[in-house]
Ligand binder design. Structure first.
Ligand code: NAG
Ligand code: NAG
Length: 407
C-alpha cells in the first residue's frame, strides 16, 4: 500500500488511467462510508521551489522564509487553480496548503474523487491519515522529585553547556497537544507574540487537554530544573487534539511553523519563525508523506527534530517521519545509559542507520549564538552527524493538572 502511494505520487501524471491515482484504501473506505476526508497531491509537489530556495543566498533569514512562502504560494496557485475552481463550483468544503502543494477536502464522495483525479495535474488522492503520538510509558520506579536538576539534565551535562548557551536567542516550537502556558516552568519564556496556533479550533491562547505537549515543552525549554534550554523562548502549534493527530492539522502546523500567523490564522509574519521544530508523533516506516514539510523547513533554516518512535525493541522499527533522510530522529535512553526497551531502533526501511543521519542546513543566517553552539562545524553549512539518543525514560516534567504539577 505504502509503495503504491509513493509510486503514484511520483509518476501519477504518467498513468493513463486516472483511477490509478486513487489510493486503494480510500476506495474501500468510500465503499463502506460513502464519504471520506481526503488529501489531494499535485504533480511536482513543492520540490522545485524548495530546492531552489535552499541553494540561494539571502541577506536575512526573514527574507529567505518570506521568499520561500511567496514562491510556494504562487506554485500552489498555479497547480491548484482548476481543481479549486471545480470544488468551489460544486460547493465542496476544502482547504488549500501552500507548503506541500496539497488540497484537503472534507466529506468527499466517490463521484467527487473520480472527478478530481481526471485533472492531469493531480498526482494522487488518499484518505486523510491519522497519526499517533508516542504515548507516555509509565515509569518502572517512582523517583522522588527534587529541587535539583532532573537526572536527564545532569546526564547530558546541560548545566555545563549553559555556560556557553542556555538557548538565549533561540525560538523553539513543538507540534503536539498544546501547552499549559501558565505552568510555572514554562510561563516566563512563552512568546505571546505569534506564539500559538490551534488548527482544530483556532483558540486564542495555548491550552493542552491531553498533557503530552506540556510535558515535552517542559523538557525542551522549562525552568525549575526540568528543561534542557531554559533560556530559549517557545511557541507551539496544536497538531494533535487528543492522543492522535490529523494529517491536515499536522500539515497546517507545518505551514504555521514556517511562517507564523496570529491565532486566528491571519497576518503571517515570517520573521517570527522558530529555529527548530520538535515532534514526538509518527508511525509506519519509509513513509515520506511529511517530507514536503520538513524539506521546506530545512530550506527555511528550521531544524526538524522527531522522536524515532516507541515501537522497539526489535530491529527495523524506526518510525516515519523520524526515519527520513534529513530529519534528526531521536532515540530514548534510561538512567543507566541503556536504550529504553520501547525505543525504536534502525535500520531505516532503506538500510540507513536511524536514529542518525547526515544533515546539511544552510546556516549562514542563523543567530550567532546558535552557530557558536555548533562551532565544531568545518564550514558554513551545518553538517551534523546526528546519532542522537538521549534521556527519555522516567523523565519528570511539567504536566497540566495545575500550574505547579509535575509528573
Ligand atoms: C541564560 O543565559 C543568559 C546569559 O547568556 C542569562 O542572562 C539568563 O538569565 C539565562 N536564562 C536562564 C533561564 O537561565
Ligand atoms: C563543508 O564540509 C562538508 C563536510 O563536513 C564538505 O562535504 C563540504 O565540501 C564542505 N564545504 C566547503 C565549502 O568547504
Amino acid at each position: 500500500m505504502l509503495k503504491f502511494i509513493l509510486v503514484a505520487a511520483l509518476v501519477g501524471a504518467a498513468f493513463s488511467n486516472p483511477e490509478s491515482k486513487i489510493d486503494r484504501a480510500l476506495l474501500s473506505s468510500l465503499e463502506t462510508k460513502q464519504v471520506a476526508n481526503v488529501m489531494v497531491s499535485f504533480v511536482g509537489g513543492n520540490v522545485k521551489v524548495v530546492s531552489g530556495i535552499e541553494n540561494m543566498k539571502f541577506a536575512s533569514r526573514t527574507q529567505r522564509i518570506t521568499t520561500l512562502k511567496a514562491d510556494l504560494e504562487s506554485q500552489a496557485e498555479v497547480s491548484q487553480e482548476n481543481v479549486r475552481n471545480y470544488l468551489t463550483a460544486h460547493k465542496s468544503h476544502f482547504k488549500t496548503f501552500w507548503i506541500s502543494n496539497q488540497i484537503y477536502i472534507t466529506g468527499a464522495t466517490r463521484q467527487l474523487v473520480e472527478a478530481i483525479v481526471s485533472f492531469p495535474e493531480v498526482a494522487e488522492i488518499h484518505e486523510e491519515r491519522i497519526i499517533e503520538l508516542d504515548s507516555p510509558v509509565a515509569p518502572k520506579s517512582s523517583r522522588t522529585p527534587g529541587i535539583l536538576a532532573e537526572w536527564g539534565i545532569e546526564k547530558i551535562q546541560a548545566e555545563e553547556a549553559w555556560e556557553i548557551s542556555n538557548g538565549t536567542g533561540i525560538v523553539v516550537s513543538n507540534i503536539d497537544t498544546g501547552v499549559r502556558y501558565t505552568h510555572e516552568a514554562v510561563r516566563d519564556n512563552y512568546r505571546a507574540d505569534y506564539g500559538w496556533y490551534d488548527p482544530y479550533a483556532e483558540t486564542a491562547t495555548p491550552n493542552d487537554g491531553n498533557g503530552h505537549g506540556t510535558h515535552t515543552m517542559g523538557t525542551i525549554a522549562g525552568s525549575m530544573g526540568i528543561g534542557v534550554a531554559p533560556g530559549s523562548t517557545w511557541v507551539a502549534c496544536k497538531g494533535c487534539s487528543t492522543s492522535s493527530c490529523t494529517e491536515s492539522a499536522l500539515i497546517g502546523c507545518g505551514e504555521w511553523v514556517t511562517c507564523p500567523t496570529l491565532p486566528d490564522g491571519t497576518e503571517p509574519d515570517c520573521s517570527k519563525a522558530p529555529h527548530l521544530s520538535s515532534n514526538s508523533w509518527g508511525g509506519g516506516r519509509g513513509d515520506l508523506w511529511y517530507e514536503p514539510v520538513t524539506e521546506a523547513w530545512i530550506a527555511a533554516g528550521i531544524v526538524p527534530l522527531f522522536s524515532i518512535g516507541n515501537s522497539g525493541s526489535g530491529c527495523g522499527t524506526s518510525n516515519s517521519p523520524g526515519d527520513q533522510r534529513r530529519v534528526i530522529g531521536v532515540g530514548s535512553t534510561n538512567v543507566d545509559d541503556e536504550i529504553s526497551y520501547y525505543s525504536s531502533v534502525g535500520p531505516a526501511a532503506d538500510g540507513r542507520i536511524k536514529p542518525g543521519s547526515l544533515i546539511t542546513y544552510p546556516l549562514a543566517d542563523f543567530p550567532k549564538r546558535f552557530s557558536y553552539v555548533i562551532h565544531l562545524l568545518p564550514n558554513e553549512s551545518m553538517n551534523l552527524f546526528s546519532e542522537i539518543s538521549a534521556p527519555g525514560e522516567d523523565v519528570r516534567s511539567s504536566v497540566p493538572d495545575s500550574d505547579t504539577s509535575y509528573g
